[in-house]
Design a protein around this ligand. Structure first.
Ligand SMILES: Nc1ncnc2c1ncn2[C@@H]1O[C@H](COP(=O)(O)OP(=O)(O)OP(=O)(O)O)[C@@H](O)[C@H]1O
Length: 253
């Protein structure tokens, strides 16, 4: 069977400077994979290329049989509906002038999905799925009337409302304190289980990577140096860079 996401020999350069070099990665439907590595390793650039936000210099990215780098028209809209990105800073990524009900429903409006009543039901279901309950308490609030953790849950609800097949979560927990981080990571695990969603979780934090994902890909200087089952890779790293990350993380705790 073809994977949901098939990245082959992806390279991205900015002004001629390589940011991602020859990255290949397969993500199966319903799989959760952590993309880890130090700052500047190229993790966000891989996710942004998958989401069509940056143009690769070489390689291909096939999502559900569609080449995202060349998709146009109906196929492009299908990719946008079936794949969502959640960013680091929910305050910056949520429209400040909209209420939660309109923020969460907006992707359905953009994609012309459902009538008013169906959008309302889907919005309530998405808020339920991210445990912002009772939903009536949140529907009419603006982003500035929510805590950081609640804002990030709204960002997840918005990402889920069109029932996507892939969630790209780029450092969704940075800026949150430790207990909220675990809450968000456990939410992603739960969503992956119940919504048959594949999750790519970009993080610096190896403990969160291991907690949230079955699999892991370790990036260094634009390349993937090691992949495998997260628990095994972190317990017995084969690559010196992974071993150094694990040693640094255990020194930090
Ligand atoms: N829009 C851009 N223009 C120029 N250079 C960029 C751009 N985006 C990323 N880069 C460069 O590409 C490299 C990889 O950056 P990227 O953000 O993908 O790394 P990262 O692993 O996600 O890092 P971090 O964990 O710090 O977010 C870095 O050297 C960065 O400076």
């Amino acid at each position: 069977m073809n994977p949901l996401l098939d990245i082959r020999s992806l390279s991205v350069a900015f002004d001629g400077v390589p940011a991602v070099s020859d990255v290949s990665l397969r993500v199966e439907a319903g799989e959760s994979i952590a993309l880890v590595g130090g700052s500047g390793a190229g993790k966000s650039t891989v996710a942004r290329a998958v989401a069509g936000l940056v143009t690769p210099t070489a390689g291909s990215i096939v999502f559900d049989g569609i080449d995202v780098t060349t998709a146009r028209g109906r196929q492009r809209r299908q990719v946008r509906r079936d794949m969502h990105m959640v960013f680091q800073d929910p305050y910056a990524s949520l429209p400040p002038g909209l209420r939660v009900r309109d923020i969460v429903a907006e992707p359905m409006v953009i994609h012309g999905l459902g009538d008013r009543a169906e959008r309302r039901d889907a919005t309530v279901a998405a808020l339920d799925a991210v445990h912002l309950t009772p939903t009536d308490r949140y529907l009419d609030r603006f982003p500035h009337e929510l805590s950081g953790g609640q804002r990030q849950r709204v960002a997840f609800a918005r990402a889920l409302v069109t029932r996507p097949r892939l969630l790209l979560a780029d450092e969704p927990t940075s800026g949150l304190d430790a207990s909220l981080r675990i809450g968000i990571v456990d939410l992603m695990t739960e969503l992956a289980g119940t919504a048959h969603l594949a999750v790519v979780h970009i993080t610096h934090d190896l403990a969160l990577a291991e907690r949230s994902c079955e699999n892991i890909a370790v990036m260094q200087a634009g390349r993937i140096v090691e992949t495998g089952c997260a628990k095994e890779v972190l317990a017995r790293p084969r690559h010196a860079y992974t071993a150094a990350l694990v040693a640094a993380a255990s020194g930090a705790h």
